[in-house]
Design a protein around this ligand. Sequence first.
Ligand code: GA4
Length: 330
Amino acid sequence: MVFVTKPPTENFSYPRGSKVSKFFAGIPLVDLSKPDSKQLIVRACEEFGFFKIINHGVPMEFITRLESEAIKFFSLPLSEKEKAGQPNPFGYGNKHIGKNGDVGWVEYLLLTANIESNSQRFLSVFGQNPEEFCSALNDYISAVKKMACEILELMAEGLKIQPRNVFSKLLMDEQSDSYFRLNHYPPCPELQDLSARNVIGFGAHTDPQIISVLRSNNTSGLQISLRDGNWIPVPPDHNSFFINVGDSLQVLTNGRFQSVRHRVLANGSKSRVSMIYFGGPPLSEKIAPLQSVMKGEEESMYKEFTWFEYKSTCYNTRLADNRLGNFERI
Ligand code: GA4
C-alpha cells in the first residue's frame, strides 16, 4: 500500500492502554460439531454478540487460496488496484471508509457477495485473466454462506423458534443483499516507536447486516467492546472464523441478541489480511422483531423499517454512530 505521509494522528490515534475488564473469561468458543453448539451460540449472542467457530466445515484450501489471491491483489501497484473503481459502494478503497469522513490505516476491496455482479470489476483489474481470483472468491463465499446459514439455523433452534430457517432464508433469498470485504492493514511504522499512540485500522462500529463472518491471518488487531464499554483484544486464529451479530439480527430478536461494537488497531510490524462476509436480507425485507421471540406482553423495541431504509440511513452516518438509535421506540 502506498502511504506517502505518516498517519495523521489526530484522525487515526487512540490513547494507549484502554481498560480491559478484569472479569472477562475469554472469547466464547463454539465447536460446530458438538451437540451443545446451539445453546452456546445463543448465550454468546446474548452476552457479547460475538463468538469464535471451530470445526466449521469450510475447506482450508478455499481459505488459503482466497488469502493468496487477496495478497496478490494488494501487492499490485496502486494504479492497478484503482482500476477496481471507487468504493461507492463497491470497489477499491484506501484509508477512506464510507463517505462521511472516516479514515483508517487500511486498504480494502468491497464487493457484493453476488459473484457474477463483480465480473466487470475483475476484468478491469486482472485484464483477460480474472478467473483465478473469481473462482477463489466464488468457492470461499459459497462455503462461508453455507456455514453462516447453518449457524443462523442453530440460533433459531437455540431460541426455540420456528421455522428453523426463519433467519437463514433471508441470506438464501436470491435477492439477499450480502456484501464481501477484503481488508489489508499494512504494518504501521509509527508504532515501532514505543511512545506512539495506538493507530486505528478500522474505527469502532457495529455491522448493519444480520450476521458477519470474519476470518483473518495470524496478525492481531481486532478488538470487541463489552457491554461495560471495555475493549477486549481478540487473539487471531487463522484456522477459525469469528461471528458478529449485526444490527438487523438485534432487531429481529427484539434486542435479545446484541450487535457487537468492534474495531481494528494497526500493527507495528505485521500486515493483517481479513475477509468478511456480511449476510444481509433482501432490500424490501421488513426488519422487525419476530412474533415468536416475543414473550407474553413484550412489545417491539423498534419502529418498523425495511432493510433498504436502514441501509440508506447507515450510509449517511459515521462509523461510530449509534445507527439503531434512530429506530428505537421511546
Ligand atoms: C460497516 C460494515 C461493512 O464493512 C460495511 C461498512 C460501510 C462501508 O465501508 O462503506 C459503512 C459501515 C459498514 C457502516 C456505516 C457507513 C457504511 C461505512 C460507513 C461509515 C460495508 C457496511 O455495510 O456498513
